[in-house]
Design a protein around this ligand. Structure first.
Ligand code: APR
Ligand code: ZN
Ligand code: ZN
Length: 361
């Protein structure tokens, strides 16, 4: 029987979001219905509402979530009702050219539910990142459910579903930060702080946080920053060189998505170092760099999609490290809110007041 639940909808470009009644179909083949327990508010939800992702309104927002599987389609064997899961937006297909070459973390044909969730008048909804979890229940592809230890509370576990995973993965998976490395992270929001945390986890010896907001830099210290730079009035490249014997860092991570901070990251790294871009630029931005510098500095310029994560490998491992006290995930939860408070949470995010507001459902 299809079920009626409450969910947060963006109806039209720029309009405030509203809580509406949503119809959730029973799971078909390859699908699961998940009772959502918590879902973080991410910039991407706001980008959907602003029409910055695509025009397929109305959107069912929310995508950084944890919950319990309620029911599964008849052929589903990987997860079962009662399983505690983090929802991911990388349910790998196993058959695309990347999966077949042993690189499922880049899967080019990830799975989402086939059936549509709708409004009560039958209007089909576009779930944010194929998830749609500011909702009491949501329909996803079974592969989007990653089982983790239920000892981790949902408001913390859910964050690994998007931004925090993107940041940790930018350092650990994409940047391949190693023991004794020097690392700089530009932008200390949820993603940047997670990159700092990833660098700490990987054993980096010097971890430099760069931001233009002193409050953010103060928070960054709680995520492993050994040094902080407010780049409002200081050249962060020079300062980073000073902190690294004049050399620059092994890995420079850009977690904002701006040309000027990408350029800073580019020049702040040591010869043969790596630049990782995890901030998402907007489509109008351009960068200009002297071509000879691309060659002369060697190393690697990489982009990190969702932290190059493989949910089945990374989520349970990171939850275990969290439960052992080796990963600060609690620090990302600035506040917990109700499902009716998402619009206000967007404003707090725009004002830079929170790392993450998390909806408890
Ligand atoms: N120099 C340094 N820091 C800056 C600058 C700048 N020119 N401009 C902004 N910042 C800082 C902000 O003060 C803030 O602390 O960058 C941080 C950005 O953090 P958030 O806005 O909270 O964004 P976050 O959720 O961390 O996402 C960062 O990653 O996944 C992408 O789409 C996401 O592009 C976004 C980026
Ligand atoms: Zn694939
Ligand atoms: Zn997100």
């Amino acid at each position: 029987m299809p079920q009626e639940v409450r969910g947060v909808i963006a109806k039209a470009k720029g309009e405030p979001v509203s809580v509406e009644t949503i119809i959730i179909p029973d799971p078909g083949p390859g699908e699961a219905v998940v009772k959502v327990q918590a879902c973080g508010v991410c910039h991407t939800d706001l980008h959907y509402r602003e029409g910055g992702i695509n025009d397929e309104f109305p959107f069912l927002l929310g995508h950084e979530a944890a919950g319990v599987v309620e029911s599964v389609g008849e052929d589903v064997t990987d997860v079962a009702p009662g399983d505690y899961v983090i929802l991911n937006w990388r349910a790998v297909c196993g058959q695309c050219r990347s999966c077949l070459r042993g690189k499922p973390q880049y899967c080019f044909a990830t799975h989402n539910a086939t059936q549509k969730m709708t409004l009560t008048d039958g209007t089909e909804l576009s779930p944010a990142l194929g998830i749609g979890a500011f909702c009491e229940k949501t329909l996803v592809a079974a592969g989007q459910c990653t089982k983790v230890d239920p000892a981790a509370k949902p408001e913390v576990a859910g964050l690994l579903g998007c931004g925090v995973m993107a940041g940790i993965g930018a350092a650990v998976n994409t940047g391949e930060v190693g023991r004794g490395d020097t690392v700089a992270v530009f932008g200390c929001g949820g993603v940047g702080n997670a990159a700092l945390e990833g660098a700490r986890l990987a054993g980096a010896k010097t971890i430099i946080a760069v931001d233009i907001d002193d409050t953010k830099l103060e928070w960054a210290k709680g995520f492993g920053a050994t040094h902080t730079i407010n780049s409002t009035n200081v050249d962060p490249v020079e300062k980073i060189r000073e902190l690294t014997d004049g050399n620059g860092v092994d890995v420079a991570i850009e977690a904002i998505g701006l040309p000027q901070t990408y350029e800073q990251a580019f020049y702040a790294r040591d010869l043969a170092g790596t630049v990782v871009l995890v901030g998402v630029p907007n489509p109008t931005m351009e960068i200009k760099l002297p071509f000879i510098e691309l060659f002369g500095r060697g190393g690697a310029l990489k982009s990190s999609w969702y932290g190059d994560c493989l949910p089945s490998r990374d989520f349970p491992m990171l939850i275990d490290l969290y439960l052992q006290g080796r990963l600060n995930l609690d620090g990302f939860v600035s506040e917990t809110i109700a499902i009716d408070d998402v619009e206000e949470a967007f404003h707090k995010m725009e004002r830079g007041e929170v790392l993450r507001s998390v909806v408890i459902i």
